[in-house]
Design a protein around this ligand. Structure first.
Ligand SMILES: NC(=O)c1ccc[n+]([C@@H]2O[C@H](COP(=O)([O-])OP(=O)(O)OC[C@H]3O[C@@H](n4cnc5c(N)ncnc54)[C@H](O)[C@@H]3O)[C@@H](O)[C@H]2O)c1
Ligand SMILES: CCCCC[C@H](O)CC\C=C/C=C/C=C/[C@@H](O)[C@@H](O)CCCC(=O)O
Length: 242
């Protein structure tokens, strides 16, 4: 299988898009560390995945991406257990215009913290073996979304950070491929809860609903089907194309 022998870390992976990414990685041979704050769902997911894919392929690690110490500990545990990290997916994210500072800390700073830790482990210039980083941004990172200026800012930030880091990686020879993923609307818990998280922009809910009707909403199954080929293309090229 394409990802045999590879180890991946996925943040915010207990459910939704993160969980879908974990399943694709496992189906293609990788071992996966599932980082999340939701211990109950995380442990339950590992139990299910172990039945499907066999023992020692997936493990749950409690980790709030706001905490550099927790991220560091989770990376360390992954390296000790699986022998290294080849793929990092910075997926953890929230949608909340009320507690907007936290939205920035999780969505943007969490992604930057994860990427810098991965750089320490993967950088070929300092003895690492290279690797792949995937940052989950959004279509709201490409254009404005009037109901959520801060969420939009974090996703624009993730894209800007990813593009700049990619240029630095190529210019310096880190041996790290980094890409941003920009999904449209996907039926997850985050998507279902948006109405109550708009705060002072709740008057924009109508415009957002029109956009949702225009663009449509992917089921997680359709999202997974569409993502599989793309994710493999990005992650499989580790050795030959860096
Ligand atoms: N659902 C969509 O329509 C959509 C579209 C584009 C991009 N995205 C992005 O995809 C990512 C995943 O979103 P989702 O829709 O699957 O959300 P979700 O709410 O269904 O799942 C998010 C997961 O992240 C975890 N999480 C939240 N805060 C965390 C933290 N501080 N540290 C670690 N884990 C944390 C949650 O416990 C949960 O398991 C987010 O970055 C989101 O912005 C979502
Ligand atoms: C309410 C959003 C909850 C989920 C957010 C996700 O990250 C998904 C974002 C998906 C699509 C975004 C599209 C953005 C399009 C705009 O740039 C523009 O074309 C639409 C303008 C309408 C508006 O201002 O609201």
């Amino acid at each position: 299988m394409a990802l045999n022998g590879k180890t991946a870390v996925v943040t915010g992976a207990a459910m939704g898009i993160g969980k879908a990414i974990v399943e694709i990685l496992l189906q293609n041979g990788a071992k996966v560390a599932i980082l999340d704050m939701n211990e109950t769902i995380g442990h339950c997911l590992v139990e299910t995945l172990t039945k499907e894919h066999g023992p020692d392929r997936a493990m749950f690690l409690f980790c709030d991406v706001e905490s550099e110490d927790e991220l560091k500990a989770a990376f360390q545990k992954t390296i000790e257990t699986f022998g290294g990290i080849d793929i990092l997916c910075n997926n953890a994210g929230v949608f909340n215009e009320v507690t907007w500072e936290k939205t920035i800390t999780i969505n943007l700073m969490g992604t930057i913290k994860g990427t810098y830790l991965a750089l320490e482990h993967m950088n070929k210039l300092t003895g690492g073996r290279g690797g792949v980083i995937i940052n989950v941004a959004s279509m709201a990172g490409i254009g404005p979304l009037s109901c959520c200026p801060v969420y939009t800012a974090t996703k624009h930030g993730v894209i800007g950070f990813t593009r700049s880091f990619a240029a630095a990686s190529v210019a310096s020879g880190y041996g790290i491929r980094i890409n941003a993923l920009c999904p449209g609307f996907v039926q997850t818990d985050l998507f279902s809860a948006i109405q109550s998280k708009l705060g002072q922009f709740s008057a924009m809910a109508g415009a957002t609903q029109e956009l949702i009707e225009k663009l449509g909403v992917l089921t997680i199954q359709d999202f997974t089907a569409g993502l599989t080929a793309l994710l493999l293309k990005v992650t499989c090229l580790t050795e030959n194309h860096l």
